[in-house]
Design a protein around this ligand. Structure first.
Ligand code: TGC
Ligand code: FAD
Length: 392
């Protein structure tokens, strides 16, 4: 079992920008991660298994739907609290944060924002408590970065619709009770449907052999003439802006989450550099090691300030999707670079499960791809500053 001596870096005293409530939420999630995640996560990642026993704790901490109003079972918190929760969970493991992101931002959010009152009442309390788990089906085998080309579709059949198609790379799919699925109607408009486990023709085969996000369960969603009641269609959104609106919430959480992974790598590398002796002195005493550590803490500090400011804008409902894209891309890029440098500082020990570095590094290879790849987010920023759309 790994000894978790994590201490969060805070070079620019960002703590002073947080309210007492936000700090309490962060510290509570951090203590839970130290007690419940750190001791088991390496083993689950090695075995490529999702630690289902964490669901109850995540729900009790309010990590499922942190910004969803309390009347629907959510935690009714502000966006900085939500971000801090994701930072702490991903400090433990990106796969565990994935489960929380999907449940809150990609399943509960669309039901809350686009669903009917009956749908909100039916699904949200059970999803908030973890009694039901959800997944989000947008990506298809032939449509990843370009979801508007999706071929999953449904046809009207009276009081229900008939759904056909397939989604792949879906987090939580193998154990999800409900799936928010994006499909085209007969007019070719993208609509959201809540598909429930047990509906005939709906299967969720697991994806095996991942080198990344091994403690998260990933799978496919296969729809073979699935009869979905019309009351399961989300009534209040049409078009790609539906799923992209959910992605804005989840990408925001990832911007904080990836920073948590970066902080963990830095913290571990700093401690190791002071304890590991070579050539008669700590390796932290060598200029090349200090350069690595100095660059890491500089990037972490810049990213901390960026996500905090983004959180303020989110709370004021002034953040743009393009600002969210910049923060998601930046946090994941710096986290990956920091993980790679931290691995070097740990020498051979860096490839073992005794330290969290290699697991974070491998996890981040998924985080840089899902919810919009690094390239896609660069092009979103490029489009925003030039006014020219590189996708069309
Ligand atoms: P485009 O024409 O630009 O936009 C279509 C409509 O959507 C609106 N919109 C947004 N609305 C809200 N939030 C956003 N972030 C939005 N971005 C765009 C836009 O205004 C427009 O609205 P309207 O009213 O005019 O119809 O669409 P496009 O087809 O050109 O695509 C643009 C592009 C490439 C940026 C988009 O397709 C994209 O972001 N692609 C990346 C795909 C992606 O991120 N997939 C993620 C799948 S889910 C996942 O990975 C979960 S991992 C979970 C985990 O384990 O944590
Ligand atoms: P592609 O779109 O085929 O991209 C391949 C490469 O081409 C990338 O480098 C990309 O940047 C580049 N590229 C594509 N278009 C352009 C362009 N216009 N300009 C320049 N470069 C370009 N999806 C869900 O719907 N739900 C989930 O829960 C979910 N969970 C996931 C979990 C994991 C572990 C992973 C790995 C993925 C998950 N995804 C999920 C899918 C994820 O969102 C997609 O993998 C991602 O959007 C990229 O799609 P793709 O893999 O098809 O790559």
């Amino acid at each position: 079992m790994r000894d978790d001596r994590y201490q969060q870096p805070d070079y620019f005293l960002v703590d002073e920008l947080l309210t007492d409530e936000q700090k309490l939420i962060r510290d509570t999630v951090r203590a839970w991660v130290k007690k419940e995640v750190t001791p088991i996560i390496e083993d689950y990642a090695q075995r490529a298994e999702f630690p289902k026993q964490l669901i109850k704790g995540l729900a009790e901490l309010g990590c499922f739907g942190p910004t969803i109003p309390e009347e629907y079972g959510g935690a009714g918190l502000d966006y900085i609290s939500y971000g801090l929760m994701m930072q702490e969970i991903e400090r433990g493991d990106s796969g565990v944060r994935s489960t929380a992101s999907v449940q809150g931002s990609l399943v509960m959010f669309p039901i809350y924002a686009y669903g009917s009152e009956a749908q909100r009442k039916k699904y949200l309390p059970k999803l908030a408590s973890g009694e039901w788990m959800g997944c989000f089906g947008l990506t298809e085998p032939d449509h990843g970065s370009n979801p508007s080309g999706m071929i999953t579709n449904y046809k009207d059949a009276g009081d229900h619709v008939i759904l056909n198609g397939a989604k792949m790379w879906i987090s939580n799919a193998p154990f999800a009770d409900v799936a928010v699925v994006w499909a085209k109607d007969e007019a070719g408009d993208i609509r959201g449907l809540v598909v429930e486990r047990g509906m005939e023709g709906f299967t969720t085969p697991e994806t095996h052999g991942k080198w990344s996000l091994r403690a998260s369960a990933t799978g496919e969603l296969v729809f073979d003439n699935v009869k979905v009641p019309k009351e399961n269609i989300l009534p209040n959104v049409k078009g790609l802006k539906g799923p992209l609106g959910c992605l804005s919430k989840a990408r925001y959480g990832i911007a904080w989450g990836a920073l948590g992974a970066a902080m963990d790598c830095y913290d571990s590398a700093l401690r190791y550099s002071k304890e590991r002796i070579q050539f008669g002195k700590p390796i932290g005493g060598f200029q090349l090691t200090q350069k690595k550590l100095a660059e890491m803490i500089t990037e972490i500090t810049k990213a901390q300030l960026l996500v905090w400011r983004l959180g303020v804008l989110m709370n004021e409902n002034r953040a743009t999707p393009e600002q969210v894209s910049m923060a998601k891309r930046n946090s994941v890029e710096i986290a990956l670079n920091i993980a790679r440098e931290a691995r070097q500082i740990h020498g051979g020990m860096g490839i073992t499960g005794e330290y969290p570095i290699m697991r974070h590094m491998m996890n981040l290879e998924s985080v840089v791809t899902y919810e919009g790849t690094d390239d896609i987010h660069l092009l979103i920023t490029g489009m925003d500053v030039t006014g020219i759309n590189a996708f069309k």
